[in-house]
Design a binder for this molecule. Structure first.
Ligand SMILES: Nc1nc2c(c(=O)[nH]1)N[C@H]1C(S)=C(S)[C@@H](COP(=O)(O)O)O[C@H]1N2
Ligand SMILES: [Mo]
Length: 240
């Protein structure tokens, strides 16, 4: 599915250094060695577009979390509309593109080298079940910031390896508890639950929590294809 007419300017090294605030450092994103990648990530506090910066610097109110003893390891049912795609973590790439100045192609190792956030939240499926789960992963806001979004970004599209797709508003995407998770209840994320990478957030219903994410596209407009379930009449915002 082709969600977004992708306009992807290839910045020169000079331009990249300018927009990202990096200086005097050689870099290569997408296939770069980890030490260099860490240097780039270390510069995340550099200027971003104002709207994104405001949402990150004045974080939205966190949803209260649960304690370890409240985790319900058996309650999270597998809900997959199709098959379970098996993804080789060694070959995996997370593509981040669309309305960004710095398109990304991140390996699983690079994603894991970013700061790990853990949270214990309730997952709620519209089919009438819920589960308290611990998720560990990287905040989506870190990935968005790394990609240097343009000022017109308002939506985030997610594409999954099983053909699933969804879209979120930018504010929910930048919420401090919206994670790209690769751990569940302290263990590596099982493949049925979306390994290598899935969304996990206490502010949206289960069908917004895309599993097996391969591509994140920042967009200025909401298109007619908004999500697998959303396009069949399920509410788009789906807030909890
Ligand atoms: N790629 C993909 N993501 C998906 C789905 C799916 O079918 N494919 N189902 C959604 C629904 S409806 C729910 S409730 C949760 C279930 O997550 P789980 O299987 O890890 O419990 O995944 C969501 N993400
Ligand atoms: Mo669901």
């Amino acid at each position: 599915m082709n969600l977004i007419p992708i306009k992807r300017p290839q910045l020169s090294r000079r331009q990249f250094i300018k927009v990202s605030g990096l200086s005097g450092m050689s870099f290569l994103l997408g296939g770069c060695g980890t030490p260099l990648f860490e240097d780039i990530v270390g510069k995340l506090s550099e200027p971003l577009n104002q709207k994104v910066e405001a949402l990150i610097l004045n974080p939205q109110k966190p949803v209260p979390e649960f304690s370890y003893s409240q985790i319900e390891p058996e309650a999270l049912l597998i809900n997959s509309f199709r098959y379970t795609p098996i993804i080789d973590k060694a070959k995996y790439r997370l593509i981040v593109n669309g309305e960004v100045n710095n398109p990304l192609s991140l390996s699983f190792a690079e994603i894991q080298s970013l700061p790990l956030t853990s949270m214990i939240i309730r997952h709620v499926c519209v089919e009438g079940w819920a589960a308290i789960v611990q998720w560990g992963g990287i905040r989506l806001q870190e990935i968005v910031a790394l990609a240097q979004p343009k000022a017109n970004v308002r939506y985030v599209y997610f594409q999954s390896a099983d053909g699933y797709y969804s879209s979120w508003d930018i504010a929910s995407s930048l919420h401090p508890q919206t994670l790209l998770a690769y751990q569940k209840n302290g263990e590596p994320l099982p493949v049925e639950n979306g390994a290598p990478l899935r969304l996990a957030s206490p502010i949206k219903l289960g069908y917004k929590q895309s599993k097996w994410i391969t591509q994140i596209t920042l967009a200025s407009q909401l298109l007619s294809s908004r999500g697998y379930w959303e396009d069949q009449g399920y509410e788009w915002f789906a807030g909890l």
